[in-house]
Design a protein around this ligand. Structure first.
Ligand SMILES: [Zn+2]
Length: 250
């Protein structure tokens, strides 16, 4: 491998680490992550994923402390232990080659929808077309400590972009870290919208199939992701949540 190729690879890894830290810190600031929950990103050239250390605070992550973990759960770069539920990400990445980034969150709104009899979280808002194929709920509320549990969760996820985990949280997947961030924001907005409708005592009226088709016909997903990225990274830099020297807008 030439020196230039090596430099490009390490630059790309550094950029990914900075994005991972920024997305984690921003979602923590929005209460989508808290003292627990984590994000992973696939590193194809290393056949591994990047994830934070188990004990690092979600609002203080720095790129230099990120770990590379192989698909057996072994740390191949960096010091420290990955989060105890890393099997969630490993098995999702193994089952879904299209997935490049994943979040496991204990989002309270998501959990609430797994504890209501006869209520299903549905695509309500225009940006919820992402979940038109369905929002399945994994029936096992246990914490995911073993690869076999991760495989079961990946089976519940199936071809969908999110799975709720009963009385526990969610797994949401996307094609990149900025896309994962965007989807996490919209997933929370959508759950909030349905909860508000229900709290008002009204009948839930989700998007119809025809409405979803019409919205998607006009959707420019890369543009929309770029728009949110630009807005939230700038907001994060101004608030001190995101480090300016990470250069995430260039
Ligand atoms: Zn969990």
């Amino acid at each position: 491998m030439s020196n230039d190729t090596q430099t490009n690879r390490s630059n790309s890894l550094a950029r990914t680490a900075a994005e991972l830290c920024a997305v984690t810190r921003m979602l923590e600031a929005m209460n989508i992550l808290s003292y627990s929950g984590h994000i992973a990103v696939r590193i194809p050239e290393r056949n591994a994923l990047m994830i934070q250390r188990r004990t690092d605070s979600r609002n203080e992550l720095v790129p230099e402390r990120m770990l590379l973990v192989d698909f057996d759960g072994k740390v191949i770069e960096g010091d420290g232990k990955p989060p105890s539920e890393t099997a969630i990400h490993i098995e999702a990445f193994k089952a879904r080659p299209d997935v490049m980034a994943s979040i496991h969150s204990h989002m309270e709104l998501a959990i609430a929808f797994t504890m209501m009899d006869g209520v299903q979280l549905l695509p309500m808002r225009a940006r919820a077309t992402r979940w038109k194929s369905g929002i399945p709920t994994h029936p096992d509320p246990s914490h995911i400590k073993h690869m076999s549990q991760g495989r079961e969760l990946a089976r519940t996820l199936g071809p969908h972009h999110v799975a709720l985990m009963r009385a526990h949280g969610l797994l949401l997947v996307a094609e990149s870290l900025p896309a994962l961030f965007t989807d996490s924001v919209h997933f929370e907005e959508n759950a909030q919208a349905q909860m508000q409708v229900m709290q008002a005592g009204a009948k839930v009226k989700p998007l119809s199939d025809k409405e979803i088709e019409d919205i998607l016909a006009l959707e420019d997903r890369p543009h929309h992701i770029g728009k949110l990225w630009n807005y939230y990274i700038r907001k994060g830099v101004n608030a001190g949540t995101v480090e300016k020297e990470w250069n995430l807008l260039s």
